[in-house]
Design a protein around this ligand. Structure first.
Ligand code: IMP
Ligand code: MG
Length: 179
């Protein structure tokens, strides 16, 4: 019988260690003052939950809000249109903002989010992504704080899904056919 298994790319320990270093880099970049962390749902929720606690350990006390974005397209690639499914409740005018998301791939999602927050008058907008997949960039955006540069594979776990499955995995891996 043919099944599927997950090949681990980043363990929970590796991710936790990297999160600590990212939080210190965010603090040292001077974003801490009146910081609002904007977690992008759904994929960014696990990373954001760990990042705010890593920020606490780095001496940063952010506010936290959520924005649910969907980029429409078929299957495992994201298309051109980004839609706000759930907006922030926080007024970001004059605030430092850290956008936190799972993956930067085409960049459409995060370019959209960053533009929106800048238009709303945020003071500084930083972008933290756990994974960067630079091979498919379409929009002009880079992460300011990047966990790992990821191989060009479809990854799951640590908040990231494939067909709504696998978000609960404490590690990041990719799905392979096992026979
Ligand atoms: P983009 O940068 O606008 O192309 O979209 C990035 C978003 O696509 C991420 O926030 C994820 O939600 C999703 N995504 C891209 N690559 C993967 C993957 O390998 N696994 C799971 N979701 C992915
Ligand atoms: Mg996403």
């Amino acid at each position: 019988m043919t099944g599927r298994r997950i090949e681990v790319l980043y363990t929970a320990e590796t991710i936790a260690e990297r999160n600590r270093a990212l939080a210190e880099a965010i603090r040292d970049a001077g974003l801490s003052d009146r910081l609002v962390v904007v977690a992008i749902l759904k994929g960014g929720f696990v990373f954001a939950a760990d990042m705010i606690r890593a920020l606490h350990h780095a001496g940063v006390s952010p506010e936290v809000d959520f924005m649910s974005l969907a980029s429409y397209g078929a299957g495992t690639t994201s298309a051109g249109t980004v839609k706000v499914l759930r907006d922030l409740q926080t007024d970001v005018t004059g605030r430092n903002v850290l956008i936190v998301d799972d993956i930067l791939e085409s960049g459409r999602t995060l370019a959209f989010a960053k533009r929106l927050l800048v238009e709303r008058g945020a003071a500084r907008v930083g972008v933290a992504v756990l994974l960067d997949k630079p091979g498919h960039r379409v929009a002009d955006i880079e992460g300011d704080f990047v966990g790992f540069t990821c191989p060009d594979l479809f990854v799951v776990g640590y908040g990231m899904d494939m067909g709504h499955a696998f978000r609960e995995l404490p590690y990041i891996g990719h799905v392979v056919d096992a026979d």
